[in-house]
Write a protein that binds this ligand. Structure first.
Ligand SMILES: [Mg+2]
Length: 311
């Protein structure tokens, strides 16, 4: 059975007065999936549900916990801080409105309100949220392979590098390059080249099993692996990734190292705790991964070269 509410935006309506809730429910129930809360405590509870509401209509004046306190708590938490909040209130002084907006509300609707205007404002805010989410997603995806892109990699790498340094945990970075890809493109054409890159991206992604592991497209025919907290198994994981690409069995008669499309991988594991004198920079970790890739190419391609930094 299909759920008619499945694709509807979820709106959390918070008001301590039944009548106020009823007015908003009548106005919005046909277009949205509604969640109702009668107090600030309930509102917070429902905001942390999964999936979270897409928008919150929040009454300012409520006994026990006022709307201002609810929004403060929502904005302090990473899980809820992005949910747009519209204050709905009988208060109408400029100061109240200013305070509401200062606390992070996206809009302020005063009662008694005009139903069509409320409807339109809600629709506009939801449209903005939708577009924002879409842009966010697109900005971090590689358009061809639909895996994380270079930009996403840079962000995750900086974060994981800082985390490894802070916690003293190992971090492995692998550079992956498709062997004889120029020859592949020249002979099979760019459309086939693109399809092959898509297949390789999928194979690499499937080869990484642990949560936190990531493969991104670095550019051209280069991919990059991030494996946080690897304990001596970075080489094994890379080997699995290399074999996964071979197992695609994509013919490449212009490769001199294999009958099928293959990759070379250079991987570096960085142990922050083992470094005594000068800690390496994020850039030097990347350089070392690149150097290992170069050695893998020099040694005949279709292989993994793994080293450890800080030994
Ligand atoms: Mg009230």
């Amino acid at each position: 059975m299909t759920n008619p509410n499945k694709n509807k935006a979820r709106i959390l309506i918070v008001d301590d007065e039944k009548m106020n809730i009823k007015v908003l429910v009548d106005l919005l129930k046909d277009d949205y999936s509604l969640v109702l809360a009668r107090s600030g405590e309930q509102a917070l509870k429902f905001s942390f549900q999964n999936p979270p509401p897409d928008l919150i209509l929040l009454d300012v004046i409520m006994p026990e916990m006022a709307g201002y306190e609810v929004i403060k708590q929502l904005k302090e938490n990473d899980l809820t801080k992005e949910i747009p909040v519209i204050f709905v209130t009988a208060l109408s002084s400029i100061e109240d409105e200013e305070l509401g907006l200062k606390l992070g509300a996206v809009d302020y609707i005063t009662k008694p309100f005009s139903p069509p205007i409320v409807k339109m404002r809600i629709r506009n805010h939801l449209r903005f949220v939708h577009q924002h989410k879409l842009l966010d997603k697109l900005a971090y995806l590689d358009a061809l392979t639909e895996i994380p892109n270079r930009r996403r990699f840079d962000e995750v790498f900086q974060k994981e590098f800082a985390r490894a340094t802070r916690n003293g945990t190992p971090l492995s970075i692998g550079m992956v390059d498709v062997d004889f890809f120029k020859q592949y493109n020249d002979h099979y054409g760019h459309a086939m080249g693109d399809r092959t890159l898509q297949a390789i991206a999928g194979a690499l992604e499937n080869a990484l099993k642990r949560p936190g592991d990531m493969v991104a497209r670095y550019g051209g025919e280069e991919f990059v692996l991030i494996l946080p907290e690897t304990n001596g198994d970075a080489e094994q994981v890379s080997e699995r990734a290399r074999c996964a690409v071979l197992a695609l069995n994509i013919p490449h008669i212009y490769s001199t190292v294999s009958k099928c499309v293959s990759v070379s991988i250079g991987i570096i594991t960085f142990y922050p705790t083992k470094i005594l004198s000068s800690a390496p920079s994020a850039a030097s970790v990347m350089e070392q991964a690149d150097r290992n890739l170069y050695i893998a190419k020099q040694n005949g391609r279709n292989r993994v070269v793994a080293t450890v930094m800080g030994d």
